[in-house]
Design a binder for this molecule. Structure first.
Ligand SMILES: *Cc1c(COP(=O)(O)O)cnc(C)c1O
Length: 411
């Protein structure tokens, strides 16, 4: 993509910016619930983000959406991939990634994950393993590994949209700040110390940037204490606006604040956004099955559920919704819920939506990150299909599961 195209790349794609007619025909052709991912928007987001940090190396945090088509698209525009589990490593390689470029963040790593990463590194000495506990070093040595290591720092400051995603002050993540120099000495002696890493939280928007940058300041200080290093990785966590009236993250300002916070470092800056790259490139289409008037609410029952998108149930997250079939109808406050037997299975409460009728198709926006990735087969529901859009063409990139897929592993 040329720079001039990037100038036209909006900082956010709102649900209302998608073409209703296209969405309506996708629902008709491929059935619902349906994940829709616009791969052109994925690469555009990556390139726009990278352009704001020209001095840095921007990786993609695979866990936000590990679909092969997404990984292939990002690899094709030069992204490297950050993985946090062996499956993500394997899928990145299947999508064409050079294992020498992968970074594996080991969070309480199971033996299997370490075995896999060490095997991979045997033939790919460029692979980097990020450790967050010193006994991970012992476990790597037991496997004969003495290669590239980055140290994940716990900066003691967490940020983000929800306490469950603030990782920077959670003892589970990273080496406690004051222990880092000693650990760095050990890593230098016994391995190849290439970088330090920190990921303070997720969903950071302009208002949270100050806190986020306090964590980054600490990372910069540590880089000066234990440097020189090949890289300093400040993780991901860059947010997208879920509410229609929320402004997007100002990337220029973010880049400026990050640079100022990190200060002079003798190392390359690395970032690893996940959500920012894929969130607004994806949505879910769902069909209205039931409408019920009750004294307290108009309840709209849809065929998607918390098994399709768990963020509202898990984090109380807001996702924009639109009636794709009849956007012109007058808005009416409705409660939208799915077929799962818990009161957490609700996408919206008292939300004004163009008055839904049975068989209408609704779109749930910003579902490109942590959507399919966190989907389950709860209630023995096969997981939905995913359709990718690229150059105006639609194609199925994950078929709809069948009931056989649900029972396949039973003995
Ligand atoms: C989850 C995660 C990311 C990506 O977070 P986003 O909020 O999706 O940008 C990056 N790095 C690490 C280590 C993570 O765990």
């Amino acid at each position: 993509m040329a720079d001039s195209d990037l100038d036209n790349s909006p900082a956010v794609r709102r649900l209302a910016d998608w073409d209703d007619e296209t969405l309506g025909s996708l629902a008709e052709e491929y059935d619902t619930p349906l994940y829709v991912t616009d791969l052109d928007r994925v690469t555009e987001n990556y390139l726009r983000f990278s352009a704001a940090f020209p001095e840095a190396h921007v990786m993609y945090a695979a866990k936000a959406h590990t679909g092969k088509s997404v990984l292939e698209s990002l690899l094709s525009v030069g992204a490297d991939i950050e993985c946090a589990a062996w499956g993500e490593l394997q899928r990145s390689i299947d999508a064409g990634a050079d294992p020498n470029t992968l970074q594996y963040t080991a969070v309480n790593p199971p033996d299997h994950d370490l075995d896999y990463a060490v095997d991979l590194a045997d033939n790919a000495p460029g692979l980097t393993i990020t450790i967050g506990a010193t006994d991970t070093l012992d476990r790597l040595q037991e496997r004969g590994y003495d290669g590239r290591i980055a140290i994940r720092i716990n900066p003691g400051i967490g940020t983000g949209h929800h306490e469950k995603v603030a990782t920077g002050n959670d003892a589970k993540f990273g080496i406690p700040y004051e222990q880092v120099p000693e650990v760095a000495d050990r890593v230098r002696e016994e391995f190849d110390l290439v970088g330090i890493h920190s990921h303070a939280g997720s969903g950071v928007l302009t208002d949270d940037l100050e806190d986020h940058c306090r964590a980054i300041e600490r990372v910069g200080e540590m880089a000066r204490r234990v440097g020189p290093l090949e890289f300093v990785d400040i993780g991901g966590g860059f947010g997208v606006p879920y509410h229609e009236d929320e402004p997007p993250l100002d990337l220029e300002k973010t880049a400026e604040m990050v640079r100022e916070a990190i200060g002079e470092i003798e190392a390359q800056l690395k970032l690893e956004p996940g959500r920012y790259i894929v969130a607004d490139a994806g949505l879910i289409l769902t069909t209205v099955n039931t409408i019920k008037e009750t004294p307290s609410a108009t309840v709209v029952g849809v065929d998607a559920s918390l098994a399709t998108l768990i963020r509202p149930a898990m984090f109380g997250s807001y996702h924009p919704m639109l009636n794709v079939t009849a956007p012109e109808r007058e808005a009416h406050p409705v409660t939208v819920g799915g077929p799962v037997c818990t009161s957490a299975d609700v996408f919206a409460t008292d939300r004004p939506i163009a008055r839904p009728e049975r068989r209408d198709v609704l779109a749930i926006g910003n579902a490109g990150s942590y959507g399919y990735e966190l989907a389950s087969q709860f209630h023995s529901q096969p997981r939905p299909a995913e359709v990718a859009l690229e150059d105006g063409e639609a194609r199925v990139v994950r078929r709809r599961e069948t009931l056989d897929d649900v029972t396949r592993v039973e003995q």
